[in-house]
Design a protein. Structure first.
Length: 139
């Protein structure tokens, strides 16, 4: 790549990053197919829930396995409702992340506390405000 092309790439990247920080909440569609500003409800914020097994390093009991299955069904329901952006786990220590959309922190806390595995103390959970900056497939 020549110096001119490198400079153009640097300028374009800088403009993109600056644009991400200048976007006003609610001006970007909350869901695929929505138009910016069309949502009848308040703008939705993003939160990340960090999960870790309550009994780290120990095999799950049959009761815990049942709660984990309910947890997975709960995440699928959040996805179908448009409230889940991403969920996954690390395969070496079974810690998980769940990225959700909620009206506010109180709503996010309700979503987190309603998780069957969190409620049963199978997973310990931490809630943090979050903002996706880049995502494959997002425009």
């Amino acid at each position: 790549m020549n110096d001119r092309a490198s400079y153009r790439t640097l300028v374009a990247t800088g403009a993109l990053l600056l644009g991400l920080f200048l976007i006003e909440p609610g001006s970007v569609p909350a869901r695929a197919g929505e138009k910016a500003g069309d949502a009848a409800e308040a703008p939705r914020s993003q939160f990340i829930i960090l999960l870790q097994p309550a009994r780290a390093g120990k095999a799950a009991t049959e009761t815990e396995k049942a709660k984990i299955a309910e947890h997975f069904d709960y995440l699928k329901r959040l996805l179908a409702e448009g409230n889940l952006l991403l969920a996954g786990l690390s395969t070496d220590d079974y810690r998980g992340i769940v990225v959700i959309r909620a009206r506010d922190r109180l709503d996010a806390e309700r979503i987190m506390a309603s998780d069957p595995a969190v409620g049963a103390n199978v997973f310990l959970a931490e809630l943090h405000p979050f903002q996706v900056a880049l995502m494959l497939g997002a425009q």
